[in-house]
Design a protein around this ligand. Structure first.
Ligand SMILES: [Zn+2]
Length: 123
């Protein structure tokens, strides 16, 4: 019995097994440590804050990241999206069957950092 895949090329599961594993994202090094204290950076692979144990980014990390990026909303959003990518790798590896929903991770990592544009000032 012949398979249509043998004449048309490899079966889909063989193709997907040949795809390269995506590379690592940015290193979670922000917000930077202040005054020698334990930084509010994520502990991998659980993505809890190494300073206070809260889910990262904790409230303090959000404040510090906003200060550190000082109006560079594009840079902050890119960093946060990179962190979400890294967290997905870790959390879905730890918990492949009932890990957090992607939308929940998007809200946790990215949505809070997207600043609302100020309404244009009328002349
Ligand atoms: Zn923290």
């Amino acid at each position: 019995m012949s398979s249509e895949w043998t004449s048309a090329g490899p079966a889909p599961d063989m193709i997907s097994s040949r795809l390269p594993t995506p590379g690592r994202g940015p290193h979670p090094e922000r917000p930077r440590a202040v005054g020698g204290r334990v930084p509010h950076t994520p502990l991998r692979p659980t993505w809890c804050c190494r300073s206070d144990g809260q889910p990262w980014p904790c409230g303090e990390a959000r404040l510090l990241l906003r200060l550190e990026y000082d109006g560079n909303n594009v840079g902050l959003t890119i960093y946060l999206a990179g962190m979400m990518y890294e967290a997905m790798r870790d959390l879905y590896h730890l918990n492949p069957h009932d890990g957090p929903e992607p939308s929940a991770l998007f809200d946790r990592f990215v949505t809070w950092g997207i600043s609302r544009r100020r309404p244009a000032v009328a002349p």
